[in-house]
Design a protein around this ligand. Sequence first.
Ligand SMILES: NC(=O)c1ccc[n+]([C@@H]2O[C@H](COP(=O)([O-])OP(=O)(O)OC[C@H]3O[C@@H](n4cnc5c(N)ncnc54)[C@H](O)[C@@H]3O)[C@@H](O)[C@H]2O)c1
Length: 433
Amino acid sequence: MKIAVIGTGYVGLVSGTCFAETGNTVTCVDIDQSKIDRLCKGEITIYEPGLEKMFLKNLRDGRLKFTTDLKQGIAGAQIVFLALPTPPGEDGSADLKYVLGVANELGKIMDDYKVIVDKSTVPVGTAEKVRAAIGQYAKMEFDVVSNPEFLREGVAVEDFMKPDRVVIGTSSDRAKKRMADLYAPFVRQGNPVIFMDEKSAELTKYAANSFLATKISFMNEIAQLCERLGADVDMVRRGIGSDDRIGKRFLFPGIGYGGSCFPKDVQALIKSSEEVNYDFQILKSVERVNEIQKTHLIPKIKAHFGNDLNGKHFALWGLAFKPNTDDIREAPALYVIESLLKSGATISAYDPEAINNVKGQMGDIIQYSINPYEALKGADALIIATEWSEFRTPDFDQIERYLKNKVIFDGRNLFSISEIKVLGFEYYSVGRN
Ligand SMILES: NC(=O)c1ccc[n+]([C@@H]2O[C@H](COP(=O)([O-])OP(=O)(O)OC[C@H]3O[C@@H](n4cnc5c(N)ncnc54)[C@H](O)[C@@H]3O)[C@@H](O)[C@H]2O)c1
């Protein structure tokens, strides 16, 4: 099939590459000229495990193309995916200016029947708005489908190639058939393609992310209780996770959820609810708990250093909002940095993939290290903000050698309390005493 993907970020580039991998010819379109130039030259623009190899193969084989020209990009395409940003507007609702802006253009330039697919996370009713925007100008027939994306950054290629489920919202049989054909190679093991109406598909994505965010905030509150009651959140997590109705995943407490999706999607669903006079109380609490949790380590750090961080220097391991990505959008590490700097401390940070993005956003207000141990030199303590695998079994001898004090503040509960105490470290984590 011939496919166009509009927006070549985390979702667009992964989707485009994976569709090319199953034999489709894919043109990815973006307004960012420098991004498209780099991609055309075979330079990958995001870090995502397994993506570069697949991208290079499909680029070389001519199944994957890149352009900034929307008209050229969609020419002959049977399906056009919109993988555009939907950032929070000033009031927290999803800003649809990118999606509707492109939809307006599409109407003017479509050359034959096309299925236009919302892959961006969009509020209920957006498919209708996209249909209206295209319909103002379109001379051709078209259908609009909602096909929310559930990939997780860090395992995006695996998720896309073998999705747990594919959700397709459409009332058109013609579009349904086209979408089913496109996704058939991805669900050969029998994972479901779930067809539904557009509105339900749109809400499914928000419900999924909001539910996962709720699980995290719930466990973070249990962790708060554990600290106050002398219980161990790791034990509680294992105790409840073995119940199938609860499940083992997404029960890890920490310093809050971040990333480009959960914070904005929780906010947008609260806003959408308000618009229909519904007060989504649970979600408001989920958001509030997360706000507090992002700086959960700060009072512990302050208390340890006698409430005076002025002139203190910290090593910070982990900047990305989660491991295996270079994405720093809403990363808890950034809130830790902001808070420490405000208190007069300085920071040397290390992250395997995200340093360039942080440099681009924050510049030189902190120092950056080329490996985790260099960041420790002369630091008063180590702070861990992201659970990269390489931090899980570090060389504690080196940590001891380089740190001024044997103190670790661990926002991701990487180490066993008993083992780290035997090594003589003062160790602060989340929900464990
Ligand atoms: N990142 C994720 O893990 C994830 C997962 C599921 C769903 N989503 C949703 O998918 C959507 C895209 O997310 P993302 O993380 O890929 O965003 P992103 O910011 O990484 O990428 C968006 C891209 O769209 C481009 N763009 C903006 N305006 C354009 C225009 N008029 N024409 C062409 N390109 C344009 C930008 O230059 C950018 O490259 C969002 O709605 C997001 O909520 C994201």
